[in-house]
Design a protein around this ligand. Structure first.
Ligand code: GCU
Length: 339
């Protein structure tokens, strides 16, 4: 029923946007409607960050802009929502960098397994404006750019049966975000990749179409995957951020003063989102345990060895990654030295 309602709403909104009603559909009571899409529930840190964005923009420019947030993939799965943002049918979407590789392959950098040596190094890289700007602006010609990053934790495997060592992955069918780097990573792990959109994962596990998936702990509770997959292993193969991306034409249409408000709102969104992250992960772990999820500690090195060759492979196929990769290694090393 919920799925049907979701599809109907998505169809109505998207068809309204697509059939040339964009002009009047974008303005209500004299205010320009700003539509933001994301795939998480309304309690997820991404949504809370976006509420801060809305609050900041509307408290300063509320007579001109009405920010509307559409959670739960209401406007469609990530890739569809990116396309809507690209054409300007909607204005912003929060998406994983994993979905952006098809728009510019510079985003492949984040799919490299075990790219960051520590959470500290990951955060340092993401807060390095010089470094991220070169990535975030790469899709300008494609019609969108990233204006903020959101924490999305570490990605780990979870499945119907326990995965304790990399050998336990052999022959398993595991859902990944839809991109070639992920497919190759699963191949190196000895598993079969099942690329599909996030919203399809629950049913696919439940119906046995796949054996499991990989994500941060919040997927177990916010997306209820813990109901159908009871074994979560801390192998930590990726730290993949979410990004808030916006339509370039819309961003460029703003006056300098307005743009400054939107930029500050994006910063606030990141601050709020990140401030909620750790506490929500803790909550998700304890909730998952009451759902019967078993958390497994493992030898991370054993998993790492299987997929490290992917670094070289991606670097040689996609030379654009090299300068960023080297800078990240520098930051990895700096973080080690401080310890
Ligand atoms: C995380 C991430 C989402 C992403 C999802 C996925 O939940 O925050 O942006 O879509 O993983 O695996 O697709």
């Amino acid at each position: 029923m919920f799925k049907f309602m979701k599809r109907t709403i998505a169809f109505l909104v998207v068809s309204t946007l697509a059939f040339g009603l964009v002009g009047c559909g974008n303005v209500a009571n004299g205010r320009r409607i700003i539509r933001i899409s994301h795939g998480q529930s309304e309690t997820h840190p991404d949504h809370l960050g976006l509420l801060a964005f809305e609050e900041y923009v509307e408290s300063r420019l509320g007579d001109k802009y009405d920010v509307q947030i559409f959670p739960n993939e209401l406007l469609g799965p990530s890739v569809k929502a990116i396309e809507l943002t690209q054409t300007g049918a909607i204005d912003f979407v929060v998406t994983s960098t994993g979905n952006l590789e098809t728009f510019d392959n510079i985003y492949q950098i984040y799919s490299m397994p075990y790219l960051f040596d520590s959470v500290e190094s990951y955060h340092k890289v993401m807060d390095n404006k010089e470094l991220t700007d070169s990535i975030f602006k790469s899709t300008e010609a494609a019609g969108f750019e990233a204006v903020a990053w959101f924490e999305a934790g570490s990605r780990n495997f979870y499945a119907k049966s326990p995965i304790k060592t990399p050998e336990d992955l052999v022959g398993k069918k595991i859902r990944v975000i839809e991109n070639p780097a992920n497919v190759r990573m699963m191949e190196l792990f000895g598993a079969a990749a099942a690329p599909m959109s996030f919203g399809e994962v629950y049913t696919a596990i439940q119906q046995g179409v796949i054996d499991g998936a990989e994500n941060n702990e919040l997927a177990l509770t916010n997306n209820k995957h813990g109901e159908v997959a009871k074994h979560y292993v801390y192998n930590q193969h990726q730290m993949v951020p979410d990004l808030l991306i916006g339509n370039v034409k819309f961003l460029n249409s703003l006056s300098k003063e307005e743009r400054a408000v939107f930029d500050e709102a994006a910063k606030k969104a990141t601050e709020v989102e990140r401030s909620k992250w750790d506490e929500q992960v803790k909550k998700a772990i304890s909730q998952s345990k009451t759902m019967g999820v078993n958390f497994i500690e493992t030898d991370v090195q054993a998993f790492k060895e299987k997929v490290l060759p992917l670094h070289k492979e991606l670097l040689s196929k996609n030379p654009k990654l090299k300068p960023i990769y080297e800078k990240i290694q520098e930051i990895n090393n700096q973080c080690k030295e401080v310890k």
